[in-house]
Every structure is written in C-alpha cells, then in structure tokens.
Design a binder for this molecule. Structure first.
Ligand code: NA7
Length: 868
C-alpha cells in the first residue's frame, strides 16, 4: 500500500482503483467503512439519501420504531461507543435511531468517505483487470477491487399494484418515504392501505390526528403489545456487569438476541404450562418471547395453532365489535410465518368511533379513484391515502442495480428463478462482489444489528486474508453455492414458513420467484458455518491472485439441519461411543433413549401377541391403520445390529409406515447376539414369515399381499428371508422393503471410509455388531451377507440408502445387484440423512418426505384394490 492507501500497481490493476466501494450508509455501510478503513483499505461509500441512516433515514412515518429491544439492536464492536450512547427506550423511535447512526458517523468520521445523493446505477466486472467498473447516478466512473452492497433488505418500496393508483387527487403518502418535515393530518380523512409492521405501528398515531381513518386490510397480521417504556433493567444490568458475555450470548443465539431456548413442545405441554408461557410472552412484549413460547411452534401446526388461537383470543378481548375482531384475526397463515408485529394500542384503535376496518378479503378494492377508494361494496372519499404496502424485500435493491458479472451475465438474469448465493454473501460469476445480509443469510429473521456486524466482520477479515495471502479475487464455486442453496431450502422445508404468502417467500411482489429468501437455521448456526468456512481456508471458494490459485468445491453443510441438530445434541450430552458399552448396558441405554422419543402417529389399533419360533414364542406388535380393512401386511424386522432392539423398539417408524402405506405392520422380535448367535435370528425370521403368511386373514390382512421389511440388521434379515422363501418355494412375497440394509460383511466400502465416524452408527459399532452376531467364517454365507447370495427371481425391492451411512454403499450395491439379476428395484437415496435419522419420526422432520416416498413405493408393490 502507498501512503494514500491506493494500491501499488499489480498485474492488471491500475493505481486509480479504490480497494472497495460500499453502497449504502445505514448500519451495514457505516460499520463496513469503519472496518475497512481500520484494516488499511481505501474505500468509498455511495448513498442515495442526503445523509446516513438507511432504513432509519427513509422510514419516518408516525410510530416508526425498531421491533428488537434497542439495547440489542445496536453496534457492539466498540465498548467505548456503547458507553458513549444510552438508549432512552425499550424500543427506540426512528428519530432516535437516526440520531444514533449520525452519532456513529461523526464519531468515526465516516462521512468524508461517503458521496451522498448518489446511486450506483451500473456495475460491470472486468475479468482481465480484476476490478469492478461502476457508474453512478451523477455520471462518475469508479473502479474498485471489491464491490459491497450494503443496501438493506427492506429498502426498495413495492410499486403500487392497485388499479387506479395514479388517479387519486388528494395527498399520497408512503410509510417508507414519509416527508421529512412531517405531515399534519389533523381533521383530515385518511385511508391506510396495508397492515404489516408499518401500518400497525402508524395506525394508532394517525388515528389520534385524523378526523376519520379507514384501514384497508388484505391480510390480518399477528401483533402483540410492545409494552414500550424504559430500556429493560435486567438487560442493562447484564450489560453493565459483563457486557462482552451479554453480546456474545446475542451473537450465539438463534435470533441474535440473548434469550433462553425452551424444549417444551406445545402439543404435549400441560394446559397450565402452556397458558403460563403464553401469558408471559404476551406480557414481555418481545418477538423473541412470542416466537419462542414452544420449541416446535414453527414446525408443528398443532403447536402453532395454540399460539395463534391465544393471540386471536386476546384480539377478541380487546376489540369490542365481534365482526371487526374476527376480521383482525389471522387465520390464513401460521403464526410467525409472516413477520409478527409489535404494537402500541393497535387493536384498541378499532374501538374508536372514527376508525373503521375494511376487510379486503370480503370486499376487495376495485380501484383507486380521484377522491378515494372503491371496493366491491362501497366508495370511500378521503383526503389522504397512505400506502403501507411493503417492500421488494431482500433482493429488490441488489437486482435494482445493473450488476454484470463475468461473461456478461447480470445478477437479475442469474436470479431470475430465485436468488442463488453462497452463505448469502456472494454469488458465483460475480467475483469480489458481496451483499451484506443478502438472501441466504439470517438477515431479516434476526436482529439485523448482530447479523450486519457478523457479515461486515467476515467480509473485512476475508479481504485482509486475501491481502495477506497475495490473492486478489474470491468467488464461490458452483458446487459450494448449489450446496448452500440446498441447505437454505432444507432448513426452510422443515418449518411452516413455505406455506405462507409472505415477503420472506417473495409472495408480496407480483411475478417475484417463490422461494424462501432468508436462512432460517439461526444466527448461531450461521455464524458457526461462516467461521468454519474461513477457518478451513475459504471452503467452497476459488481464490486467485499473484500468489496463485486455490479452489475448494466442498459443500459446507450437507447433513439435513435437523439431523445435524440431533448429532450435536448427543455430542453435547457427552454420549460415549456406543461400541464402548457391553450389550446389556447398550440395551439399557437405547431403552432410555427410546422412552423419551415421540411415539409416532395415531394408528387404528395396536395388538400385542406371540407367534411360535424355533426356540420358543416370539413377541410381535401389530399396527393396524385407521382405514377399514383388510389391508396388505408388512412383516417388519427391527434394527439394532442383531444385538439390541425388540418388537417395540422401532414403534414410531412402524406406526408411520402403517399410516402412510395403509398397511398392517407386524413388528416381530427375534433372538439376539451375543446370547443367540447366527443363524438364530435368521431361523426366527423364517418362522415369523411362515406364521404371518399362514395367519394373514386373522391378522386383518389380505392373503398373498405380503411384504417383508426391515431396517439395518432387520433389513438384512428381510433380504435373507426373501431369498430363503424363494428357495423354499414360499411363502410368496409381493416385495421387500430394505431400509439402510446390512447386505455384506466386508466393511471395506467407500461409505465405510467416509462415514465410519461421527454419524452414530460407526464402523467400530458395526464391527462390534458383527462380532456379537456371527463367527467370521460364517459371514460370507448368503444368510448373513445377502449380497453374496443368488439374487434371481426375488420379489421386487424398495431399497433406501442414506448419504451419511457407512452402510450406504452396500445398500446401493444390493440395489444394483438385484437390478442386474432382473429384479425390479426402486432405490430411494436419502440426501443428508444418516443410518439412524430416517426412523426418528417427529424428531427429524426432514425424514418425513423420504418416508412418504418409500411408503408410496411400498404401496405400489400391491395390486390396486378392486373397485367397489
Ligand atoms: P409488509 O409487512 O410487507 O406489509 C405490507 C402490507 O401491505 C401487508 O398488510 C400487505 O398485505 C399490504 N398490501 C400490499 N400490497 C397490497 C395491495 N395491493 N392491496 C392491499 N394491501 C396490500 O411491510 P411493512 O412495511 O409493514 O413491514 C416491513 C417490515 O419492516 C416488517 O416486517 C419489519 O421487519 C420491519 P398482504 O399481507 O400482502 O396481503
């Protein structure tokens, strides 16, 4: 670097090139300029407004406040700054937050690097020079090595999409562009369109001035009282005693605000516990509290309904007119799937005689007129029309600039079907281009102050690392980016969010691609990923520069998020390696684990019985579907490495299979090693098959509609008995369902190597199981290793393998070998799953679509029932 900070000439880079351009001077842009300057980079900021503030510059409508407690919604990078500024309220107003950002700009002398009232209109990547060529709204051309959009997630107002919007002759206002001088609404007839946060915050204050207020509501939103007041004493005390610990707690929390996580589930909690938690959250007046009443409220419709109905009950208790109360009660989306609001007197406003709610679901707007609003039922004459209709969220500002990356591809083109990013920060084809809190990062689902600081720190640290290593460009690899997009989608898929027409889903802007835009895995999980990417030398990135090139195609998160969560929980609990426990202890341990799990879905009937085995009776448990029988029968062998488990150890999976496939499932026990070694289990399985086939009618089954099924070692037995039944000339089977089967004893596959550690079923545990089950010289018997048997003329198979299972490759090998032998095979490859995750019903929710898939294929093995 030279004295002036301008980079010395390097290959392809001119000395007029500034290190970084930062677009936007809100929280993100300000902090980024500060960090870049501290790190010795030259940087220029551009801002469309005439001052700093971003969101808090533009959104000046009456009642505008943050909805995260302000002691948390604040910069934490400098203890001195924290000492120098005191927030006056629990939720600061827009003017106070704006003053704060101005104070920050002054304190760090940031304005001198910012060109105000200037937009960046165009950005083109020059691959030869490795610079971004920018053009601003004032015609200035600027060249920079790194181009950072710190343009906010809710900064581009949605275009008015209502018929006749340009006809109105009165005053038109938008909450997001409220006049700086304020507006006197005294004595005026006002209409507000929109009841998101902006509408809900402003309506009570507009009502105080207006002579008449008509609120046009398309979708009622959930809102709870903010209970604003002084900054909360307990938080201030925690900050005073240990500021850094408090801030760290925020950084490593799910939402970016310190708080306790609960494991209480709504659907199973006693009524008095539910009530107590709900009332406490209502009293707390915090999003953190109301979004965290139950651990499963964002995942389980029944749990969510408890919270939703509680809020609707509160609405009914506040709003005097029952019709208005009902119209204000959200019923078309799950609580939390649209951004919930905090309000001050919102619902009570509708008790005022001059305030009226118009339910657009009942009477939609037909057009805006010269004098007001027409609905299908009425004409409303007003003096002032206020649009509180929201934003083109998350991507609006990014694709609003004409950003052209490598090979002439624009960001708008690349994201035509939805945003594609790595870590919500960068996009392949756009080297050295960063989006702070971009789509695919926690951003709007979190305390923005915390997420912004994390991104800015990451970007700055990254630029320092590049400089230190003699690298000049950074860009994600296609594989890493695709993997991240998949992970973002996987995280959303297990939640209720995709069911809502929310701006999180892009649903509020006509024509916008439908996807879940932010990352819902949590601020903590996200921070762990970003740290890991950096610690592992920029995993998933390609770096280039005078020092050479480095490329990593690794995907940073491939496990399904809930599978990872289970593994992390077990690790936190310090569960010892299962293979370190003797069988008796292992059985006890598994029983205790099983006792704590959800039981699985309701079935029609559960029947316990015994059937005759070669060495005595074998217990079974039968699960009958709720539908009228008779049903096809699935004879099921439990998992557990031939050592642990019994007829009830896989009960949740059996119930799930029973209901999804609409089959009777008979789960039968068999003798285990090391007490009863091979071939005891095989002989028991043979006997069970004989007996179930012979007693199909008594069991409520359709004779001949019989399938053998099993999981893991149980799938090994199912495969083995299918071979033996063929050899013995019966019983006849419609098929075999093999869930992550053991098919061979070699233990030398690639999946043993890749997945032998860290995914609960380890290579060591499989060795332990084989040793307990079977003598080494017997392990090549087809009745122990069915992959080595004759595979011709076997019944059709459904084979399920899991990506992170040591047994994956032997499952695949079995499917392929069956196919090669002419057996019809359906292979279901469960992406992101482990050997044990698919059977964790109601715990690992991402397993449900896989089970649905296998149940559908299982069902297809049986003939269609004859039409009645
Ligand atoms: P939001 O939350 O997007 O709310 C916009 C509101 O405007 C919402 O009620 C919309 O109904 C309504 N809307 C949008 N277009 C129309 C039309 N054409 N007709 C009638 N009603 C319409 O934006 P906010 O500014 O309130 O809040 C944004 C975020 O800022 C907030 O979540 C916090 O994070 C801070 P819809 O629900 O689409 O039916």
């Amino acid at each position: 670097m030279t004295e002036t900070g301008v980079r010395d000439a390097q290959p392809g880079v001119q000395s007029d090139v500034v290190d970084a351009v930062v677009v936007g001077a809100g929280f993100a842009g300000l902090y980024l300029l500060h960090r870049l300057r501290e790190a010795g980079f030259t940087a220029r900021g551009f801002e469309a407004a005439d001052d700093v503030g971003g969101t808090w510059y533009w959104n000046r409508y009456p009642g505008a406040r943050c909805d995260i407690p302000t002691v948390d919604y604040t910069f934490s990078f400098d203890p001195e700054l924290e000492r120098a500024w005191t927030w006056s309220e629990k939720y600061a107003t827009q003017p106070e937050i704006l003053r704060y950002l101005q104070f920050v700009a002054d304190r760090y002398d940031l304005r001198r690097d910012i060109t105000f009232e200037t937009r960046v209109d165009r950005a083109v990547w020059d691959d030869d020079a490795e610079v971004w060529q920018l053009r601003t709204s004032t015609g200035e051309e600027v060249r920079c090595r790194y181009y950072v959009m710190a343009t906010g997630c809710l900064s581009v107002p949605k275009e008015p999409d209502i018929e006749g919007a340009d006809r109105f002759r009165g005053t038109v206002l938008a909450t997001s562009r409220w006049p700086h001088e304020g507006v006197d609404l005294t004595g005026r007839r006002v209409a507000v369109i929109g009841t998101g946060s902006s509408g809900i915050q402003s309506i009570p204050l507009i009502a105080q001035e207006a002579a008449e207020l008509t609120v046009f509501q398309r979708t009622p939103n959930f809102s709870i009282p903010a209970r604003n007041g002084p900054a909360p004493a307990d938080r201030l005390e925690r900050l005073r005693t240990d500021r850094e610990a408090y801030r760290e707690a925020g950084r490593w929390s799910g939402l970016g605000v310190p708080g306790e996580k609960t494991d209480i589930r709504g659907a199973t909690a006693p009524e008095e516990v539910r009530r107590e938690r709900l009332e406490a959250a209502w009293e707390a007046g915090e999003l953190n509290a109301i979004l965290g009443v139950f651990a499963d409220q964002g995942l389980d419709p029944a749990s969510n309904e408890i919270v939703s109905e509680f809020i609707r009950e509160k609405i009914r208790s506040i709003v005097a007119d029952p019709v208005t109360a009902e119209a204000l009660s959200p019923r078309d989306h799950f609580f939390g799937t649209k951004r919930p609001c905090l309000d001050t007197g919102y619902y009570a406003t509708f008790n005022l005689p001059h305030v009226r709610l118009v339910d657009l679901r009942r009477t939609p707007i037909t057009t805006i007129t010269e004098t007001g609003v027409d609905t299908t039922e009425e004409s409303f004459d007003v003096d002032v029309l206020v649009y509180a209709t929201g934003f083109d969220a998350m991507t609006g500002a990014l694709v609003g600039v004409d950003v052209t990356g490598r090979d002439g591809l624009t960001l708008r083109e690349k994201w035509a079907d939805g945003p594609s990013t790595y870590l919500g920060l960068m996009s392949e084809g756009f080297p050295n281009f960063f989006a702070v809190t971009g789509p695919g990062s926690p951003s709007v689902l979190s305390n923005m102050a915390v997420s912004i600081e994390q991104h800015v720190d990451w970007v700055t640290d990254c630029l320092v690392d590049l400089r230190d290593r003699g690298m000049t460009t950074i860009e994600p690899t296609p594989a890493a980016e695709a993997g991240w997009n998949q992970h973002v989608a996987d995280c959303a898929a297990i939640t209720l969010h995709p069911t809502a027409n929310s701006w999180y889903m892009g649903a509020n802007v006509p024509g916008k691609p439908r996807a879940f835009y932010p990352y819902i895995g949590g601020v903590d999980a996200y921070r762990a990923v970003s740290d890991e990417v950096r610690e592992r030398g920029y995993l998933g990135f390609r770096l280039r520069g005078p020092a050479g090139e480095q490329r990593s195609d690794d995907v940073v998160r491939q496990l399904q998020p809930d599978v990872l969560a289970v593994l992390q929980t077990l690790e936190e609990q310090g569960v010892p390696p299962l293979e370190s426990m003797p069988p008796a202890q292992l059985r006890e341990f598994m029983d205790a684990l099983n006792a704590a799990r959800p039981l699985g879905p309701e079935v029609g009937e559960v029947v316990d019985g015994t059937l005759p085995g070669p060495a005595g009776p074998l217990r079974y448990r039968l699960f009958r579907p709720p539908s009228p029988g008779p049903h096809p029968v699935v004879l099921y062998f439990h998992g557990g490495g031939w050592v642990i488990g019994d007829e009830v150890s896989d009960e949740p999976f059996c119930r799930d299979l029973c209901v999804r496939a609409d089959c009777v499932v008979v789960s039968v026990d068999y003798r285990h090693g090391p007490e009863a070694r091979y071939p005891a289990a095989v002989e028991d399985a043979d006997a069970a098959l004989e007996w179930v086939a012979a007693h199909a009618i008594e069991l409520g089954g359709i004779p001949d509609d019989l399938v053998v099924a099993g999981w893991s070692a149980g799938a090994n037995l199912a495969a083995v008995v299918a071979q033996r039944a063929r050899d013995a000339g019966g019983p006849a089977l419609r098929g075999q369902l093999l869930l992550t089967p053991v098919t061979d004893s070699a233990m030398t596959t690639g999946s043993y190597r890749d997945n032998g550690e860290g995914y609960l079923l380890t290579a060591g545990l499989m060795r332990y199981f084989w040793d307990a089950y079977c003598d080494p010289e017997q392990r090549t018997d087809p009745a122990a290793a069915p992959l080595r048997g004759n595979l011709t003329d076997l019944p059709p198979a459904v084979v399920v393998t899991a990506q992170f299972d040591p047994l994956r490759d032997e499952g695949i090998a079995y499917a392929e070998a069956l196919r090669a032998a002419g057996v019809p095979v359906e292979h279901v490859a469960a992406r992101g799953h482990t050997h044990t995750s698919l059977t964790m019903v109601d715990v690992v929710l991402s397993g449900a679509p896989v089970r649905e898939d296998l149940a559908r294929r299982l069902r297809a093995l049986f003939p269609e029932p004859a039409a009645v």
